[in-house]
Design a protein around this ligand. Structure first.
Ligand SMILES: *Cc1c(COP(=O)(O)O)cnc(C)c1O
Length: 468
């Protein structure tokens, strides 16, 4: 054992061998490379101690494995992934892909000084909040607007500003958990607002709200339960009635829309979800929604509503703590500008485009992808079955819960490994390819794959299928 341990090469030797074999590693951070080499030999050292090694260590024999290990360690943690899962707003994969226009704007802001808080008319300090407020007003019909880091922050800011120390009335059917430990009751507690629950899980009536109003009431709040659906014996108060009730008592009506839509998606297999402009028109005083859900922009919490309330929000010191950075605001402005013409928005912004993609277009793409894949597999002599399957994609991100968007999947069933093994290998690829399992096959949904990536998808699949 001692001979074996002693045969582990020194750092200098390992580094030299690595750089000889792969000169491009000279550009990698030395610290990371050395750490990776240490970790590699430490693992082998451990194996020797456990009696799992038979022979003394030979650097040349180990070099390919060392090189693979080094390359893996040097990869950035945040890198691209291919979404073949058919979940459009896939939170684990970064929710929305930005439009080309938004990407260019973010890059501009990242690589230049920019007019973030500079009033170019006076040279004095301007406000970053004014960069997008005019566009949000035009698109939603609201008097004023404010953007913060995400919608959870928007909810916190609104409650902290308007409801602290007093009661906020919310229906029991709307006390939702969004995931990632965001629960409406928790966020209320954090903001110092007292939750006043009314009604029942499945039915809440206007009278329930009315009976709960006291002199301690600060607001009525509606949370758009966008990540689940109550079916069957269900009732909720109309927004207009809530508005009338709130205003009769001089209370603001707050609406957390979750995934705020600026476009009506009905007619594409999706139900009518209230758009932001509808909710504003129905009299909500303050509305908040996410920038990176159905809107398809950067992570942001967009707040739109009455000028008097937005002014109060801006004065809250929390606003400073929750503010967006320049790249986000640049991408958001570019995204919102595309919405000025709905047809342009649906063409140019990937998330709404994917949500509205017609089933026959997906079927065409599925056939094209399957054909290319069969060819590549035949060329590489890999025995594998490729079939098409009528199935459904999901909107995801807590939008359009349970609604199924008709799609055609490309199913991959290798003969020499299980579909589950294939799935794990694809996760480990340099650019991970995420799919989903249906009927024991590994399946890809063309709705969420970008056409420009088909070649990469095929290459990744072939690589995973040839390696053992
Ligand atoms: C998603 C969601 C949130 C949180 O939005 P983030 O932008 O993820 O912070 C809050 N409320 C509702 C109803 C949601 O659906």
């Amino acid at each position: 054992m001692r001979d074996m341990l002693r045969s582990i090469p020194a750092m200098d030797k390992s580094m030299q061998a690595l750089l000889d074999a792969a000169p491009e590693l000279a550009n990698a951070p030395r610290k990371l490379l050395k750490e990776s080499v240490s970790a590699f030999w430490n693992k082998i050292r451990e194996e020797i101690r456990q009696g799992k090694c038979e022979q003394v260590i030979d650097l040349n024999t180990q070099l390919p494995a060392l090189l693979r290990h080094a390359r893996k360690t040097l990869q950035l943690n945040l890198r691209p992934a291919l979404n073949g899962a058919g979940v459009v707003i896939h939170t684990n994969l970064g929710r929305s892909i930005l439009s080309r226009q938004a990407c260019e704007a973010a890059l501009m802001a990242a690589s230049n000084y920019c007019t973030l808080e500079m009033d170019v008319n006076t040279g004095a300090r301007g406000g970053r909040h004014n960069l997008t407020s005019r566009l949000i007003q035009m698109l939603t019909g609201a008097e004023d607007a404010l953007v913060v880091n995400n919608n959870a922050a928007a909810v916190l800011l609104i409650l902290d500003t308007l409801c602290k120390g007093g009661e906020t009335i919310v229906s029991r059917g709307e006390l939702v958990e969004i995931g990632g430990s965001f629960r409406i009751p928790d966020i209320m507690r954090k903001s110092g607002a007292i939750l006043k629950e009314v009604g029942t899980t499945n039915r809440t009536h206007l009278a329930d709200y009315e009976n709960a109003i006291t002199e301690n009431t600060r607001a009525i709040m509606r949370v758009h339960a966008s990540n689940f659906r109550i079916i069957g014996f269900h009732a909720e108060a109309h927004l207009k009635d809530l508005k009338n009730l709130a205003h009769a008592h001089n209370l603001p009506l707050i609406v957390d829309l979750g995934s705020g839509n600026l476009l009506a998606f009905d007619g594409n297999g999706l139900p009518h979800e209230p758009t932001v402009q509808e909710v504003i028109a129905q009299g909500a005083d303050i509305v908040c929604f996410s920038g990176d859900k159905a809107l398809g922009g950067p992570q942001a919490g967009i707040i739109a509503g009455k000028k008097s309330i937005v002014e109060k929000l801006k004065k809250n010191p929390l606003t400073r703590a929750l503010r967006c950075d320049k790249m986000c605001l640049a991408a958001l402005e570019a995204t919102l500008r595309l919405y000025l013409d709905p047809e342009t928005a649906i063409r140019e912004i990937p998330t709404p485009a994917m949500l509205a993609m017609p089933p026959d277009e997906i079927a065409r793409n599925a056939r094209a992808l399957a054909k290319k894949l069969r060819q590549a597999l035949a060329n590489a002599q890999i025995p594998c079955q490729i079939t098409l399957l009528q199935n459904a994609s999901r909107a995801g991100g807590g939008s359009f819960p349970e609604y199924e968007l008709a799609t055609t999947l490309v199913c991959v069933q290798p003969q020499h490994m299980s579909s589950q093994q294939l799935r794990m290998k694809l996760l480990q690829a340099d650019i991970p390819l995420i799919g989903r399992m249906e009927q024991d096959a590994f399946c890809l949904d063309p709705r969420t794959l970008q056409k420009k990536d088909y070649r990469l998808v095929i290459e990744t699949l072939v690589n995973a299928l040839v390696s053992t």
